[in-house]
Design a binder for this molecule. Structure first.
Ligand SMILES: [Zn+2]
Length: 108
């Protein structure tokens, strides 16, 4: 999310600056009239707003990652990073998986 905003903002800024340089270098020619300055200025503000929003989102995302711990998929208790279930639920899930495999083995 944050990287998308940052990338979008930077790309718009680059394009607007390129258009601005074009407008400045072809000031006397009809090409300059194709690039409205008011729109360019507005777009610069939008791109800067996007970049600032992206930076704020990034700060929030990194902050959230530190605060919010990994949680069990069943009971939402905090669990170590990389785990899916808490100890109790991991055991029950493994137990039910074990029963499933046992059932198929018996049928064979
Ligand atoms: Zn659990």
């Amino acid at each position: 999310m944050s990287s998308t905003l940052l990338r979008l903002g930077l790309w718009i800024l680059v394009i607007v600056l390129a258009l601005y340089v074009l407008q400045q270098s072809f000031e006397e020619s009809p090409i300059a009239e194709l690039i409205p300055m008011g729109m360019l200025q507005k777009t610069i503000f939008v791109s800067i707003a996007l970049i600032i929003a992206g930076i704020i989102f990034r700060v929030f995302e990194t902050g959230a990652k530190r605060v919010v711990k990994n949680r069990c998929a069943v009971c939402r208790t905090p669990i170590p990073h990389g785990a899916i279930y808490c100890r109790a639920h991991l055991r029950s899930v493994l137990h039910s998986e074990d029963e499933k495999t046992h059932a198929t083995k018996v049928r064979r």
